[in-house]
Design a protein around this ligand. Structure first.
Ligand code: DX5
Ligand code: ZN
Length: 223
């Protein structure tokens, strides 16, 4: 069952709780929360305090995507704030295995993310120790960017690697997902589709998510 994770980066921040409740009512499967530090990526977003506040707005799992340096310093805080999944970047973690262990010790699901230019080989060894592999299909930092077409073969390869090494790992794709390309991305092997601007920029969230789900529900072509 493929899942839709709206990214609140593109939500109306002045009504964040209502926006989250609206996508839950519209059929979202989890809430994707983009955390940026102005170092690892050229943008700043939210910290654990706000995550804790919005925890009250929904029962959906929080999928926290840490685009920050030294992520090990913040695992405790985001766990306390109510994260269910925490994903860290391979490029930002010197001791990736240790930090994954910290996330799992908190009873949370652990994810690892790759920037577009980072090869899959970087995560091959860690794959049996994680719950989620996140393939970035834009350069992280901003919502509303265009999907990098060259990432489709990387998604196919990532799915193959997961099947061979750790079949229970979920494959998430983040960046530039729209109604036009969601089916191709799912066919390539994505289990969780992150979508920010294509949901929060639409007039009717329920219609958009329903349209995405019907595209995902059609039989998948094996690649
Ligand atoms: C980018 C973030 C994404 C972003 C996706 O750095 O990690 O989650 O919000 O936004 P869209 O769907 O608009 O590309
Ligand atoms: Zn993200």
């Amino acid at each position: 069952m493929k899942m839709i994770a709206p990214s609140i980066l593109s939500a109306d921040g002045s009504r964040l709780g209502d926006e989250i409740a609206a996508v839950e009512a519209a059929g979202a499967d989890m809430i994707h929360i983009d955390v940026m530090d102005g170092h690892f990526v050229p943008n700043l977003t939210i910290g654990p305090g706000l995550v804790s506040s919005i925890r009250k707005a929904t029962k959906l799992p929080f999928d926290v995507h840490l685009m920050i340096e030294n992520p090990e310093r913040y695992i405790e805080a985001f766990a306390q704030a109510g994260a269910d999944w925490i994903t860290i970047h391979v490029e930002a973690s010197v001791h990736l295995h240790r930090t994954i262990g910290m996330i799992r010790e908190k009873g949370l699901k652990a994810g690892v993310s790759l920037n577009p230019a980072t090869p899959l080989a970087q995560v091959e060894t860690i794959l049996p120790d994680i719950d989620l592999l996140l393939v970035m299909t834009v350069n992280p930092g901003f919502g509303g960017q265009k999907f990098i077409e060259g990432m489709l073969p990387k998604i196919v390869q990532a799915k193959r690697m997961i099947r061979e090494i750790a079949p229970e790992v979920l494959l998430e794709v983040d960046g530039g997902v729209t109604l036009k390309n969601i089916r191709a991305i799912a066919d390539a092997g994505a289990d969780i589709l992150v979508a920010g601007s294509s949901i929060f920029g639409s007039v009717n969230y329920a219609e958009t998510i329903a349209a995405m789900k019907s595209l995902l529900a059609a039989p998948t072509v094996t690649v």
